[in-house]
Design a protein around this ligand. Structure first.
Ligand SMILES: Nc1ncnc2c1ncn2[C@@H]1O[C@H](COP(=O)(O)OP(=O)(O)O)[C@@H](O)[C@H]1O
Ligand SMILES: [Mg+2]
Length: 267
């Protein structure tokens, strides 16, 4: 089948000194090839992200908010290196974030037990080799941090509650002590009480590990609870960004105002 390949020349880099930032994204454009359109017309490239630029400071929680389909997960995938065609620059101060966790069902391999899943980031660590004793010690430490009982290690993801599954996903993501984490709709699939617990966990990890977080959510109220700054995305573009309170009290776009009203926040 003929196939148009776009050479985008986007670059990933790890730079020790990003002047106080954990992540810098410069002029990111992301494209998808669509097979169905390819058959119809021969032109099969859709641009999903348009000229996206932002920073996440060291130890900062930045929210990314926008309607379903606006490109939030595409951005998180691009940051994790699972998008092929992009242009622009993605600069990390540390290793590329290991894992995005979206819904608790999607992010964990259903065929593996919890103990195996927790160990995998350490087995796969390219930066160093962990002895089995070191792995066991690190897993015990993280399990305590995220409050997963070791009795769960023999279970499969399907045998956990939604909140437990999300704790396991978070444990996997922080296993190698990253400085930066991407949380893609981490609480959207959970009911309100469990949502609160998981948000509290993220906040406490943020504090104890000095973790920077890109927190993706379609829910402006959740963003208000956890984020320092917020970016509003519409149709693959960042419309505005700023300190959460400022953006919520004084949005500069009508679109932001309508999102706030829809969430029951605006006037
Ligand atoms: N693999 C893909 N191939 C083609 N189009 C895609 C693919 N993944 C997502 N899209 C499209 O990109 C747009 C943004 O999707 P997504 O990033 O998942 O949005 P969000 O996470 O904000 O809901 C949507 O129009 C979606 O249909
Ligand atoms: Mg999404």
């Amino acid at each position: 089948m003929p196939r148009t390949v776009v050479k985008m020349g986007g670059a990933y880099e790890t730079k020790a000194n990003l002047q106080g930032n954990a992540l810098e994204v410069r002029n990111l454009n992301v494209f998808y090839h669509e097979r169905a359109k390819l058959l119809q017309k021969g032109s099969a490239i859709t641009q999903v992200l348009h000229d996206v630029s932002f920073c996440v400071g060291d130890g900062e929680i930045v929210g990314l908010c926008g309607e379903s389909g606006c490109g939030k997960s595409t951005l998180s995938k691009a940051l994790c290196g699972i998008v092929r065609d992009f242009s622009g620059e993605i600069l990390f101060a540390d290793e590329r974030p290991l894992m995005v966790f979206q819904d608790p069902f999607g992010s964990l391999n259903p065929a593996k037990r919890v103990g195996w899943l927790l160990e995998e980031p350490l087995r796969a660590d390219r930066a160093r080799t962990w002895t089995s004793a070191e792995r066991a010690a690190r897993i015990a430490e993280v399990a305590q941090q995220v409050e997963i009982d070791e009795a769960l290690f023999d279970r499969y993801p399907a045998e956990l509650s939604g909140g437990q599954r999300q704790r396991v996903a978070i444990a996997c993501a922080i296993m190698r002590k990253p400085r930066f984490l991407i949380a893609d709709e981490p609480v959207s699939a959970l009911d309100v009480t469990i949502q609160k617990q998981v948000l509290e966990l993220l906040r406490s990890l943020h504090q104890s590990m000095d973790l920077s977080i890109l927190f993706i959510s379609h829910d402006l109220r959740v963003v208000y609870q956890v984020c320092d700054r917020v970016m509003i995305m519409r149709k693959g573009r960042i419309l505005e960004q700023g300190v959460v309170r400022n953006v919520y009290q004084n949005p500069s776009h009508e679109y932001t105002r309508s999102l706030l009203t829809a969430a029951g926040i605006g006037s």
